[in-house]
Structures are given as structure tokens and as C-alpha cells.
Design a protein around this ligand. Structure first.
Ligand code: GDP
Length: 316
């Protein structure tokens, strides 16, 4: 299935009503605007965001006629595209790296969102590993390391879910990255502190710290994160959220930002049956950008979040 297929077809029904129209007017865009509104709400974008969006698009659309051979219905597509890109933050929001010492990336998130997987994916991404598929038939594909990639270390700070540590070790091995895992009897802040010292000794460029999630936000989790943040002084504190949860994901980013102060979000499971609401709402609702997106279970399925490409995809 196409990503956000339902949203794409919902929006299409808006333009289809304007075929052959000479100029966009308040009257003839009323019905298409209702289609856009409905499509966004069905994609699980929150109501206030949808209202502002529709308002902004309507204002630009009214009075638009044929411009340089582009018909009014196509102009509306362009207006919606640009507003979608703006909604998603406009520019790509790059990861920030520390000027000296290791860059510390602290990952937070609720249970099951894909946080542990993201740790390893991020190392894979930063090391710039590429899957090299030889031309000879009998030779297995191999992972090649780019000399310009960054050296990484993973820190197993999820002591709440014992299996997480083992999972991180296995994933670390897969991507060829050392994992600092002193065990689940050590306090997370202590693990963080020791992990950072270890990373400095190893002269790692980037240290990625996994933390414990919970099924829901709770005080212990937030306190743990605050303490780890204090100990690590992270360059990036990224909240991992599941795209399937729609506007709930945007609400979570807001809450975590208010509670602990984060630098951005990583949106996972965009390959699944997500409707698009999370990708569209996070920046607008929380003020924090989505920096990376996960699009599958494989190590190579993590990429920067490009608002313009996403906008293009949504419009089909
Ligand atoms: P954690 O509890 O947040 O650490 O979550 P995990 O990293 O253990 O991931 C939970 C499940 O989601 C695992 O089965 C992952 O393979 C899966 N998963 C993680 N990211 C993605 C993604 O981008 N797409 C898909 N389809 N599955 C993912």
C-alpha cells in the first residue's frame, strides 16, 4: 500500500471537483475545502491544526486563476503542498553534533515504540554503513563501512525491561557497535555516567543511550530521564514516537518537551498502517521537529525526515 494512501485519495477528491474551473472563488472551493478538512481529520490530525490549515489554504486560494498555463485546480494542489511542507517544519532538521568530545544522543519513549531498534538503526545510519551486493552470484552481500562515518557506542539504560539489554547487545553486534551494558541492577543515571566515561575512553564520536519506557507516562520514568539528562548533558534528546498513534504522538512530544525538554522526535513505523496524522502534527503541536523516521524493521530503515518529500508523497 502507498504511504498515507487514504489521505492522498481524500485530498484528490478536493481537486477533482475543480476541474475546468476558471477561477477559484469562496463558493466553488467550499466543498473541496470540506474534503480537505475531512481528509486531514481522518488522517488523525488534531482539529485546531486542521482549522488553521484549511484557513491558510482558503485565504491563498480565493481569486486564483490560470497562472502561466497552470490551471486553478493544479494551483490548489501546489498551495496545499506548500502548506503541508510548512506544517511539517519546512526545512529538514539535521541532527546536531557536539563540537568537542562525544556527541551524546539520549533516546526516550514509551514501551514498544521502537526505541531499542532505533538505537542500533541510528548507529547504522551514523556509521554510514552500506549494504554492498557483489555482482558475482555466489558471493554474499556484505556491510561496507564508510571511512567518513562516525564511530558509535550504545549504552543499555533500559533496566526496566530486562530483555531490552540483550536485544541491544544483539543489535549492536549486528551493526558492529560496542554496547555498554553493566546490567539491570545498576541505576540508570549511574549507567549513563559510566557509559559516557567509557565512550570517552574509546574516543567514540557518538554515544547513543537507550532508556526505559513505560506503557504510559509515569513519574518514575520522567524522573529517571531528568536524572539521565542531568548526568549526560546530551547534545540531542530525542523522543521516539509511533506513527500509528496519530495525534497522540504529537501530544506525547509536547508533554515530554514540557517535562524534560527535548530537541526533537523520531517517528517510527511509517511503513505500517499509519494515517499521517503524526507526521503532520508533531512540529505544529509541539514546536519540536521530527528529525528522523523509521520505515521498517531492518537496520537500514531509518532516514532523515524531509518535509518536502513527505509533502510530495502525500499528494501522490
Ligand atoms: P521499544 O520497546 O521502544 O524498545 O521497542 P523495540 O525497539 O523493541 O520495537 C518494538 C517492535 O517494533 C519490534 O518488533 C520492532 O522490530 C518493531 N519496529 C520498530 N521500528 C519499526 C518500524 O519503523 N517499522 C516497523 N514495521 N516495525 C518497527
Amino acid at each position: 500500500a502507498e504511504m498515507f494512501g487514504q489521505l492522498t485519495s481524500g485530498l484528490e477528491s478536493a481537486w477533482s471537483k475543480l476541474r475546468g474551473v476558471d477561477v477559484l472563488t469562496k463558493e466553488n472551493i467550499a466543498e473541496p475545502m470540506r474534503d480537505i478538512r475531512r481528509a486531514l481529520l481522518e488522517a488523525d490530525v488534531s482539529l485546531p491544526v486542521v482549522r488553521r490549515f484549511v484557513q491558510a489554504v482558503s485565504e491563498q486560494a480565493v481569486g486564483v486563476g490560470l497562472i502561466r498555463g497552470v490551471k486553478p485546480d493544479q494551483q490548489l494542489v501546489k498551495i496545499v503542498h506548500d502548506e503541508l511542507v510548512k506544517l511539517m517544519g519546512g526545512e529538514v532538521s539535521e541532527l546536531v553534533f557536539a563540537k568537542t568530545g562525544p556527541t551524546v544522543i539520549l533516546l526516550a519513549g514509551l514501551q514498544g515504540v521502537g526505541k531499542t531498534t532505533v538505537c542500533a538503526k541510528l548507529a547504522f545510519y551514523l556509521k554510514k554503513l552500506v549494504l554492498y551486493i557483489p555482482e558475482e552470484i555466489d558471493v554474499f552481500p556484505i556491510l561496507r563501512e564508510d571511512p567518513h562515518g562516525k564511530s558509535c557506542m550504545l549504552v543499555a539504560g533500559d533496566v526496566y525491561r530486562p530483555a531490552a539489554t540483550d536485544q541491544l547487545k544483539i543489535l549492536g553486534e549486528q551493526v558492529g557497535v560496542p554496547v555498554y551494558a553493566p546490567g539491570i541492577d545498576v541505576k540508570p543515571a549511574q549507567i549513563a555516567k559510566q557509559g559516557l566515561e567509557e565512550a570517552k575512553k574509546m574516543k567514540a564520536d557518538v554515544v547513543i543511550v537507550d532508556t526505559a519506557g513505560r506503557l504510559q507516562i509515569d513519574k518514575t520514568m520522567m524522573d529517571e530521564l531528568k536524572e539521565m539528562k542531568k548526568v549526560l548533558n546530551p547534545t540531542e534528546l530525542l523522543l521516539v514516537v509511533d506513527a500509528m498513534t496519530g495525534q497522540e504522538a504529537a501530544a506525547l512530544v509536547t508533554t515530554f518537551n514540557i517535562e524534560i525538554g527535548i530537541t526533537g522526535a523520531i517517528l517510527t513505523k511509517l511503513d505500517g498502517d499509519s494515517r499521517g496524522g503524526a507526521a503532520l502534527s508533531v512540529k505544529e503541536v509541539s514546536g519540536k521537529p521530527i528529525k528522523l523516521v523509521g520505515r521498517g524493521e531492518r537496520m537500514e530503515d531509518l532516514e532523515p525526515f524531509y518535509p518536502d518529500r513527505m509533502g510530495g508523497r502525500i499528494l501522490g
